[in-house]
Design a protein around this ligand. Structure first.
Ligand SMILES: [N-]=[N+]=N[C@]1([C@H](N)O)O[C@H](CO)[C@@H](O)[C@H](O)[C@H]1O
Length: 831
């Protein structure tokens, strides 16, 4: 057989045939779109609809992503820099078409190409379903971080799971939340590339045996079940750079290793069904923003993605290296909360059992490779895995975790002697009727760096949640305040404001260098900018008003203040406090003399967010919003003075519509409960004013833009413990008691149904989240917002100063800090 032509020879031939890189002028794009209509979508290029045009355009954009992805991949491989691997069980990507077109810098050409074919980019963009592979803040943060890693040219990969069912669709029937499955892959996904040849076996159950190799004893894990992990690659383009990095998501497939046994029992069907079961591992996202003690499938998901990702990472390392001592010099492993923390035990298993390094060598490597970010504020929220469950599913990993803990506790004994309380608090294994593995303790013991997601959060970790560990290893603890990407949250979702900012800054360099936004400060009182600023905001409010009417039937007036609270429904986020203040506002207007009503500042109150399916209190809050809205919106005495609308199925795409059209956004968690909060940063970037408690990242926003450019209220962090201790003697304000009584007595109907909700904020043992305590200062802040809104010059100045000070809250700053202080990586820009 004739020898195949050499790589180089083939490259030469290919390059000659290639007509250089794909071109991005509108004619080339038109050709590409029409080709994909005909050959990819397989529809006649002479008649195709919006969805087919969306598919064809998406594939044309995908081609250009792949081209850059290959160049980046090959360049980085050649340079072999240290890479960061961002490990997260959740990525809330949203839609990809607009973001890809903007980051590739081909928006104008696409708009022109489509218009000549009779299509509008905005219309086609609506055809795309959200990739909702996550719950809330943690998941969207992962997505924003990927955008900044690519844009700043860092050598990085994201690893996660390719759920077949994303976060449930929220359907509201008669004011109640119902969950519908989100089968987002129904119409295919042009933004992923199935890598059938990149797959790894993942083992579960079984036993741990011993074997002797070269006279040395080694543990081997004999699995009881094996499934296959197949890679799906999602190119992540940087903005204004050729660098395009990869988000590799794993899907579970039945393993080829037939258990002939089951097949030969003649029960063929069952044998096939058993095999299919393998796919359930990556089928559905767990929809709870809190934690999951003891769910086997959840643990399987965690280990499945950890094992596949590590096999892939080690393979890539071994392609160019043989000495594992170099591993931490080339690999930074970032744990996005404890969901991927099993990778610690998995790396120890690979290094000791498979690569035959001795324990201490392996432990040294682990300690230099891992860094851990926690997003949790309260001890109760920390993830724990029952020892029995772990022992049955991953017997070898339990052994390794026990060994890690044994050496750790031995070390603690040397330092703290017989301080058994401290030892039992710090132990990775929690004793008790049900023994648990504390995944946060394991992550801290094994990582070189631990951080919270805002300055105050990191303080709370040092002084409360991880106090013992901070006293032991103060040098490990850092903070990395969260951020959001201005590419999606200004350029993508608010093109009008984007153009205005570029005009007044005289450059669009701010899109890559966001500190340039500070240049707007000097113009904040400039009447010309103010006029244009208000104009843009009005257009966005009109778009939002149309959406509200389309999905709720409620007509809202865009001269009113659009007051918005959109985030997951949680008692600590206090959507209930918001509703009670709306009832108070309604009650006040009702009892006003007609004449006084003229002075009322009209409000359109929007509340949106999903409640975890099993979270009853949260579901009752959603129902309460609907019954209060029903009353207010149909009360002729109120008219346009006050409207309340619940925005259903809140997700990334809805946020991209709501954020640019909001005047005031609320972030009113009880101080000390929101680790950071990131929606506040998106509103800030879009010039929406904040009404907030001094919690999480809001403290840093106040520091950056000044207390007089937002509305702050409520108990401060240090006041909360004593307020809770003295709750019994707290005199409930009559205004608060009145609105709660109205709910309890069924003024809006369903009195009995809301009893437990009212009990949770009243009386003994009630009001843990201090709604009563903060109610009056909340109303004062609301009144201050009303007063300021009437003074449009002042309001617009605050709006411009908000956007001007938002650069600090870009993930470009966040990622830059992680890269320098935690991961030790530097940019590797593809020429
Ligand atoms: N999990 N988790 N935690 C959160 C959010 N719920 O996803 O992470 C987010 C991202 O760090 C934080 O902004 C938010 O405060 C925190 O509650």
């Amino acid at each position: 057989r004739r020898a195949p032509p050499s790589q180089a020879r083939r490259a030469e031939v290919v390059f000659k045939l290639m007509d250089g890189y794909l071109k991005n002028d509108s004619v080339s794009l038109q050709k590409a779109i029409l080709d994909h209509v005909e050959f990819t979508v397989a529809r006649s290029r002479f008649s195709f609809d919006d969805f087919e045009a969306y598919q064809a355009l998406s594939h044309s954009v995908r081609d250009r992503l792949i081209e850059r992805w290959h160049d980046t991949h090959q360049y980085v491989k050649r340079k072999d820099p240290k890479r960061v691997y961002f490990l997260s069980l959740e990525f809330l990507m949203g839609r990809s078409l607009s973001n890809s077109i903007i980051n590739l810098g081909i928006k104008d050409q696409c708009v022109e190409a489509l218009s000549q074919l009779g299509f509008e980019l905005e219309v086609l963009a609506e055809q795309e379903g959200d990739a909702a592979l996550g719950n809330g803040g943690l998941a969207r943060l992962s997505a924003c971080i990927m955008d900044s890693l690519a844009t700043l040219d860092f050598p990085a990969w994201g690893y996660g799971l390719r759920y077949q069912y994303g976060l449930f669709r929220q359907v509201i029937l008669d004011g109640f939340q119902h969950e519908q499955p989100d089968y987002w892959l129904n119409f295919g996904n042009p933004w992923e590339i199935e890598r059938v040849h990149i797959s790894y076996p993942v083992k579960f159950y079984g036993t741990v045996e011993e074997e002797i190799v070269d006279g040395k004893k080694f543990k081997i894990w004999v699995p009881g079940e094996t499934v296959e992990a197949v890679a799906y690659d999602n190119p992540i383009p940087g903005y204004g750079t050729r660098n395009t990095i990869n988000l590799r998501l794993w899907a579970a497939k039945p393993s080829d290793q037939y258990d002939m046994e089951s097949f030969n029992t003649g029960d063929y069907i069952n044998a096939v069904i058993n095999r299919q079961k393998a796919e359930t591992i990556s089928s559905v996202l767990y929809p709870d923003d809190r934690s999951y003690q003891g769910k086997e499938l959840r643990l399987k998901q965690q280990y499945f993605f950890v094992s596949a990702s590590l096999q892939d990472i080690v393979r890539r390392f071994k392609d160019l290296h043989t000495n594992f001592q170099e591993f931490p010099d080339k690999v930074a492993l970032q744990l996005n909360d404890t969901h991927p923390s099993l990778m610690i035990a998995e790396l120890m298993r690979v290094l000791v059992d498979e690569e035959h390094l001795d324990w201490n060598e392996a432990w040294g490597i682990v300690g230099k490779a891992f860094s851990f970010t926690t997003h949790i504020v309260v001890l109760e929220g920390l993830e724990k895995i029952p020892v029995d469950l772990l022992g049955s599913l991953l017997p070898r990993h339990l052994q390794i975790i026990y060994d890690i803990n044994f050496l750790f506790v031995e070390d603690l004994k040397k330092r703290f002697g017989s301080d058994y309380d401290r030892l039992s608090r710090m132990s990775i294994v929690e004793e008790g009727p049900v023994k648990n593995v504390r995944m946060a303790n394991l992550s801290i013991v094994s990582s070189h760096t631990v951080n919270g997601v805002s300055q105050v959060h990191s303080q709370i970790l040092k002084t409360k949640v991880f106090k013992d560990f901070y006293e032991l290893w103060p040098e490990k603890f850092q903070h990395k305040t969260n951020g959001v990407t201005q590419r999606r949250w200004i350029v993508g979702s608010n093109p009008g404001l984007c153009g205005l900012i570029t005009k007044w800054l005289g450059t669009e360099a701010w899109i890559r260098n966001v500190d340039l936004l500070l240049g707007l400060r000097q113009h904040a009182a400039n009447p010309e900018l103010q006029e244009e600023w208000r104009m843009i905001r009005r257009v966005n409010k009109k778009r939002l008003a149309d959406y509200i009417e389309a999905m709720s039937g409620v007509k809202v007036c865009i001269d009113a203040m659009f007051d918005v609270q959109v985030k997951r429904i949680h008692e600590y986020k206090r959507q209930l406090l918001n509703v009670l203040s709306i009832i108070h506002r309604y009650d006040c207007i009702k009892n006003m003399k007609k004449g006084d009503r003229r002075k009322v500042v009209s409000r359109v109150c929007l509340i949106g967010g999903k409640a975890a399916p099993g979270y009853e209190i949260a579901k009752k809050i959603i129902k309460l919003v609907h019954v209060v809205a029903e009353k207010i919106n149909n009360d002729p005495d109120i008219g346009d003075l006050l409207k309340l609308v619940f925005i259903p199925d809140y997700n990334v795409s809805v946020a991209e519509l709501v954020v640019p059209g909001s005047d005031l956004s609320q972030h009113i968690s009880t101080a000390g409960h929101e680790a950071s909060g990131t929606s506040s940063m998106k509103f800030l970037m879009n010039g929406c004013l904040l009404l907030a408690t001094a919690d999480g990242s809001t403290l840093e926003i106040i520091e950056e833009i000044g207390e007089d450019n937002l509305f702050v209220f409520g108990a401060k962090l240090h006041e909360v413990p004593s307020l809770r201790d003295k709750a019994r003697d707290f005199e409930v304000p009559r205004q608060f008691a009145r609105v709660v009584r109205m709910v309890r007595e069924g003024y809006f109907g369903f009195g009995d149904y809301f009893e437990s909700l009212c009990d949770s904020i009243e009386g003994n043992g009630g009001d843990f989240y201090l709604l009563g305590n903060d109610f009056m200062s909340y109303l004062e802040a609301q009144a201050a917002a009303d007063k300021t809104f009437v003074d449009q010059e002042r309001w617009t100045q605050m709006s411009i100063l908000s956007a001007a000070g938002s650069g600090r809250f870009s993930t470009d700053r966040t990622v830059g800090e992680y890269a320098e202080k935690t991961w030790g990586i530097t940019p590797c820009k593809c020429p």
